[in-house]
Design a protein around this ligand. Structure first.
Ligand code: FPP
Ligand code: MG
Ligand code: MG
Length: 391
């Protein structure tokens, strides 16, 4: 899986767009309520990997290398900006008549209009990337961040990106509300893309995130021999919903916005799906192999949360006694320790890595529909980095 030629740093190919990402998101999530502002912006201020917007931007650029005559989906590509200069309807707390303006001394004139972007350096297509595709990158990062705020409440996590998690820094209640607020603002931005297919895709990813989280919460394991295979399929489906859905459907949306034909749209979707599965399987492996201080979030957390991910599911193939522990979600005093020992004694981690390699290879295979370009090389290199990352 090592690349045969040195690949370009994917970030540098879209660094101009990436450097405006944070500021644009800030303008989308500004609220007149100072505390809500702080909680909603909290995870955007720490050093995230920004994998999802990077995928959207690189794919946008790679798709633009397809001759426009071959991009025939629904006729002409819509190059309009995202109605950037029209004020949004319903100003909420920012309403000058709101009692909050009086009580908290908020000057409504200083409050941002969340959906205007007057200083946008890229008001039209630039470097092959459409304004709507840049907005899509921002939306995807907002949905992801909302899910992290909620996830840390559900997982009772205390750290994220080497900082106190939102629930710890502010409280469960505020973390949940801030996540909901981000989803609300993301939804307004989604509507402004004025593309029904893209609205449907992104709304579905939000539902899928919750479905994946529910599958993780409530997995019914039985210990028959067919159950092992079924449990693995359940794990992969859960992984698709909780992680790969957002990546696959945002890749599909990127291709739809580019006007690409159906084959390219489908390949873009399958690229995101395989990359997303690879990403989460690597995440599940790192939970076993990397220490908390390197990971920037709790390590060895999955067993403690009662979760059976790929390493322990593979170990179960060799040690049937793991079935009972998985079933009771490692709730007996020594279960977590014992399960970890079983994983260590078997090829559980090696097989997990091989599974991640499989999805990595599948993701790369999908990219063959795209013409060679710097952005395509960037996507390949990003795929490689997702597999070989250590945090
Ligand atoms: C991280 O997984 C969490 C997710 C990929 C999705 C979480 C989704 C929800 C909480 C559903 C609610 C969704 C929205 C949009 C508000 P992890 O816990 O395995 O990873 P971690 O180690 O980074 O915490
Ligand atoms: Mg978590
Ligand atoms: Mg979780």
């Amino acid at each position: 899986v090592e690349p045969d030629q040195p690949l370009r740093d994917p970030f540098s190919i879209v660094s101009a767009e990436m450097s405006t990402l944070a500021g644009n998101i800030a303008s989308l999530i500004g609220s007149g309520h100072p505390t809500l502002n702080k909680v909603a912006a909290y995870y955007f201020q720490s050093q995230g990997k920004h994998v999802r917007p990077l995928i959207v931007l690189l794919l946008s650029k790679a798709l633009s290398e397809i001759p426009e005559a071959e991009r025939t989906r629904y006729g002409k590509v819509d190059k309009d900006d995202v109605h950037a200069h029209k004020p949004m309807t319903g100003e909420g707390i920012n309403d000058p008549l709101s009692p909050l303006s009086i009580l908290h001394g908020i000057n409504p004139n200083l409050v941002l209009n969340p959906l205007s972007r007057p200083q946008d350096p890229f008001p039209s297509e630039c470097n092959g990337i459409l304004p709507k595709q840049r907005r899509l990158a921002e939306i995807v990062e907002m949905i992801h961040t909302a899910s992290l705020l909620h996830d840390d409440v559900i997982d009772n996590s205390e750290t994220r990106r080497s900082m106190p998690s939102g629930n710890v820094a502010f409280s469960n209640k505020m973390a949940i509300l801030a996540g909901d607020f981000l989803l609300g603002r993301a939804s307004v931005a989604i509507a402004r893309l004025r593309n029904a297919e893209v609205i449907e895709l992104l709304s579905t990813t939000i539902a899928n995130l919750v479905e994946g989280e529910f599958m993780q919460l409530k997995n019914s394991v039985n210990t028959s021999s067919e159950a092992k295979k079924a449990s693995f399929e359940y794990y992969i489906h859960k992984t698709y919903l909780k992680t790969a859905s957002l990546m696959s459907k945002s890749c599909r949306a990127t291709a739809v916005l580019s006007g690409a034909n159906d084959d390219v749209v489908e390949a873009s979707y399958m690229f995101g799906r395989n990359l997303g599965l690879c990403f989460q399987i690597v995440d599940d492996m790192l939970d076993y192999t990397v220490a908390e201080d390197r990971l920037g979030k709790p390590a060895g957390a999955d067993l403690k949360l009662g979760l059976a991910t790929a390493p322990v599911l593979y170990a179960w193939e060799e040690y049937p006694e793991l079935g009972e522990m998985i079933k009771r979600k490692f709730s007996e005093p020594d279960d977590v320790y014992k399960a970890r020992e079983y994983v260590r004694k078997t090829d559980g981690l090696k097989k997990t890595r091989e599974l991640a390699v499989h999805y990595h290879d599948e993701a790369l295979r999908q990219l063959s529909v795209l013409p060679d370009s710097e952005a395509l090389q960037g996507l390949k290199s990003l795929t490689n980095a997702v597999l070989n990352r250590s945090k």
